[in-house]
Design a binder for this molecule. Structure first.
Ligand code: ATP
Ligand code: MG
Length: 425
């Protein structure tokens, strides 16, 4: 136990962390280009927020939450997703009073008690966006465009965008009753979970992953046939905006999303390269949520991407990711008398923004050079007794083996120029 992390959690080691940093860099850049501001909310909230904001009938609330009583007797839950907290923060901090829309993004860890498998963890990470205060389908199209842009900028290929509309509280009741009529005749063939969903929130039966349940859905009524005029027009305007942006999509009436609060647009982006848990991004509109959580009647739309699944896809597709974890310079001192000079050169290079490391274990010269190679240093900077007398260092290009002698006073300049040149390739 002592040396094993809890099931469903994972250490992200230095060997892999550069992929995460690359993904985080892309999402931050794209979010800012699209005019989104970052929001950071607490890791835990009052349990009630998720019961209300995610919804009592969802798997998340019924089965997956990390809920505990704190020492003050409050019921606390580790966030299973980001939207409810952002909605709470939006209301509590009166961002509702600002000129709208409010465009927010977040990068968070989230917690769900699920059966761990590839792409499904108990602690996982999401990048998400939420936009409040505008109903226009051009915003639904904008966030979809943003998600697609992020994934393609990361370098992923072959992703599929599936869109649907799940109506609103005017048209969904009609659909629900048609759906219930259909399901009623097949109830004995559905899993226990679906039987419960059938009672409480029949739409969610369509979200069941169980193959024997799915087999029953062949002739299920399609929600798109039941949309009210408002929802119908919203959905067709969304599609024409996606056409304007040149984004390919597939209308898929089985996309109903796991969460209770969705209205109108629902979408998913799926990768076929990462196994059964293929959804890398899910989102949609939730016009009733802000009010449901105690705020004014304001519309919202958003999505969340699973970063673990994006990392899996990056690896599966061999996407080239720039490594940012090699040192530029490894400083090698030969003989005790050069030690302090080299120590101060290391500091000077670092002060000038050149990444630099040295030996700390009293290694031999040969071993220091071998180590420089191992840490992928671009240059070795070598100072022995002769160089010390001349106030110079030998600079060795580790890739070519070429060496030049550089005065101490010119090291920063020579190295900066060489590294810049290399960056330009
Ligand atoms: P799934 O159908 O895979 O369970 P979901 O509908 O529960 O997904 P959302 O709540 O919409 O997922 O979360 C958005 C994204 O977060 C998902 O598309 C997925 O990429 C990721 N995600 C959700 N749950 C997990 C998890 N347990 N581990 C890793 N990633 C997850
Ligand atoms: Mg889930």
């Amino acid at each position: 136990m002592l040396t094993t992390a809890p099931r469903g959690t994972k250490d992200i080691l230095p060997d892999e962390v550069y992929i995460w940093q690359y993904i985080e860099k892309v999402v931050r850049e794209v979010a800012s280009i699209y005019g989104y501001k970052e929001i950071r909310t607490p890791t835990f909230e009052h349990t009630e927020l998720f019961q209300r904001g995610v919804g009592d009938t969802t798997d998340i609330v019924q089965k997956e939450m990390y809920t505990f009583e704190d020492k003050g007797g409050r019921s606390i839950t580790l966030r299973p997703e980001g939207t409810a907290s952002v909605v709470r923060a939006f209301i509590q901090n009166k961002l509702t009073d600002n000129p709208q829309p409010t465009k927010l993004y977040y990068i968070i860890s989230a917690f769900r008690y699920e059966r761990p498998q590839a792409g499904r963890m108990r602690e996982f990470h999401q990048f998400g966006v939420e936009v409040f205060g505008a109903e226009d389908p051009s915003l639904d199209a904008e966030i979809i465009d943003m998600a697609v842009s992020i994934l393609s900028k990361i370098g992923l290929k072959g992703l599929k965008l599936k869109i649907n509309s799940i109506g609103c509280n005017r048209c969904r009741p009609d659909y629900n009753s048609a759906l219930k009529d259909y399901l009623e005749q097949r109830l004995d063939k559905l899993c226990d979970n679906c039987k419960k969903r059938y009672e409480k929130n029949p739409l969610r039966v369509l979200d069941c992953k169980n193959p024997s349940c799915r087999a029953q859905f062949a002739y299920v009524p399609v929600i798109l046939d039941y949309l009210c005029d408002d929802c119908k027009s919203h959905f067709s305007r969304l599609q024409s905006k996606l056409d304007v942006l040149g984004i390919e999509y597939q209308v898929d009436p089985s996309i109903v999303r796991g969460l209770d609060y969705y209205t109108k647009t629902a979408f998913e982006i799926v990768s076929e390269d990462i196994g059964a848990q293929g959804a890398v991004c899910g989102g949609g509109r939730y016009d009733g949520l802000v009010k449901e959580c105690g705020g004014p009647d304001m519309p919202g739309v958003g999505f969340a991407m699973g970063l673990e699944r994006i990392v899996l896809a990056v690896k599966a597709q061999n996407v080239p990711v720039p490594r940012n974890d090699c040192v530029d310079v490894f400083a090698v001192s030969i003989g005790d008398e050069t030690e302090d000079v080299v120590y101060s050169i290391v500091k000077k290079l670092r002060d000038n923004g050149i990444s630099c490391d040295k030996d700390y274990l009293g290694r031999s010269t040969r071993a220091q050079l071998k180590y420089a190679d191992k840490v992928h240093a671009k240059y070795a900077l070598i100072v022995g007794g002769d160089e010390l007398n001349r106030n110079t260092a030998l600079l060795r290009d580790m890739a070519t083996g070429e060496q030049q002698e550089v005065p101490f006073s010119e090291l920063v300049e020579v190295l900066s120029n060489a590294l810049k040149k290399e960056e330009r390739g």
